[in-house]
Design a protein around this ligand. Sequence first.
Ligand SMILES: [Zn+2]
Length: 482
Amino acid sequence: MTKKKTTFNISKTGNFSEWYSEILNKAEIVDLRYGVKGFVVIRPWGARIIEKMYRIYESALRCTGHEAAVFPAVIPEKNFKRESSHIEGFAPEVFWLDKKQGEDRLALRPTSETAFYEMYNLWIRSYRDLPMKIYQRANVFRNETKATRPLIRSREFHWIETHNAFATKKDAEEQVQDDIRMTEEIMHNIFGVPFLPMRRPQWDKFPGAEYTIGSDSIMPDGKIIQQPSTHLISQHFVKAFDVKFVDEREKEKTPWLTCYGPCMSRILSSVLSIHGDDNGLVLPYTLTPIQVVVIPFYNDKSKKINEAVKNIKTNLLNEYIDVKIDDSDKRPGEKFFFWEMKGVPFRIEIGDKELENKTVSIFIRDIRKKVNVSIDDLTESVKNLGAEYDERLLARANEFFSDKIVDCKNKVDIKIVLDSGKIARFNFCSSEKEGENCAEFVEKELQARVMGTRADINEKAKGNCVICGKKAKVVVYAGKSY
Ligand SMILES: [Zn+2]
C-alpha cells in the first residue's frame, strides 16, 4: 500500500502537547467549545471508551463484594464541617451553590466521603453489617484554579468511588492492598497503563486519611500523572460522623473505613497518550468502541459482496466483537486514514478477489501490517489477534516505563533527571512532618513533586538526605507533574 498523505502528522515524541490536543479533537474524543474553563464535552468516541472502562471496573468491584449505590451530587455544608482537616483540604476547590433561605448551604461534591458517612451512621449498627462495601459511578467537581488540561486536570471528572467499612484495622488495610491490586489488574494489565504505587508523604495525604497510597503513571513528555488513590480513613474522621457498631460481645466500636477512586476520564488520558502514535490513536482491543472495521469494495457483483459482508458482521457480533461496516462513499484512502486515526485495531478489506479466494487481509493498526486469514476462520482469527494486540500494547508500555526511574546522589543529578523527563529516586530525610521543608525545596527550586515512598516494596535508605544532609530515613521518588 502506498502511504497516503495524511492530515494527522504531528509527532508524538516531537511535540506531545500539540499531539495530545490535536488527537482529542481529530479523533473526536472531547469538544472544548462548551466554553467553560475545565469542563469539556466528551463525544461519543470518548464516551464509549469510558463506558467500557466503567464496565470492566464495576464488574471487578462486584466480583470483590462491592454493591452499587447512587448518592446525591450535592453535600450540605454541615457534613463538611464535621471533620476539620477534610474541609480545610477541600475548601479552596469546592463549588458552592447559592444558599437558599432557611436551608443549609450546598456544595457540588468534590468527593463523597461526607455523603456516605452520613448514611453509614444510619446503616451500620452491628458487626453483622460489616464489611459494608459500596461504590458509586459519579461525576465530581473541583474548582481547579490552575491551568486546566482536558481529561488530565479538569473541574469535573468521571470516576468510581468506593467507600468500605470494616470491623478491624487489619481488614481495612487488606482492602487498601486489594485496591492497589485492582489498579494493577485493570489499569495496568488490561488498559496497558504502567504505574508506581506510592505511599504519599504525610503532607500530601487525602484530607482526613490516616494514610494514602496513590498510583503514579508517566506521560510521554515525562510528566507524572496521578491515577487511582486508595485511603485508610482516620478514626477521627469516622468518629466525627458518629459511625459505630456493636461487636459480638455487645461492645461499641468504631469501624475502619477505606475509599478508592479510579477516575475513568483521567485514566483515558493515559491510555490515549501511552499507546497513540504519529498516525493517531492506538486503542487497546478491549477498550476500543469498534474492534473491526470492514471496508467493502463494490463492483457489478456487489450483491455477493453485500451478502458476504453481512455474514461477517453477524458472525463477529455473535462473538461480541464490535464491528462496523464502512460502506460510505468516501474514497478508500480517506477511510483507511480515518479509522487508523481513530485507533480501530483491525481493518478488513473485501472485494471480488477476496470472495473468490475465501481469504481476507486484516490490517493491524499498531504495527501497520497486513495478515491474510481465511474467511471461514475469521472470527477465531480476530479473537486471537485481539489478545495478541493487547499483549503487544502492554509490552510496549512496560518498555516505555522501564527506564524512567533514575537514582540520584545530589540536587544537580535530580535536576538533570527531571529535565530529561524521568523520575528521580533519592535518599530523603523523612516522609513525616519533618521532611516537609525538603519537599518544599523540591517543589520550589526543582519544580517537581515528592511522590512518596514505594508501597509495594520495602526500600531502605542509606546515608543522608540529598536535600538537607540530615540522616535519611526513606527513599523517595520525585517527578514533574501537570
Ligand atoms: Zn531533608
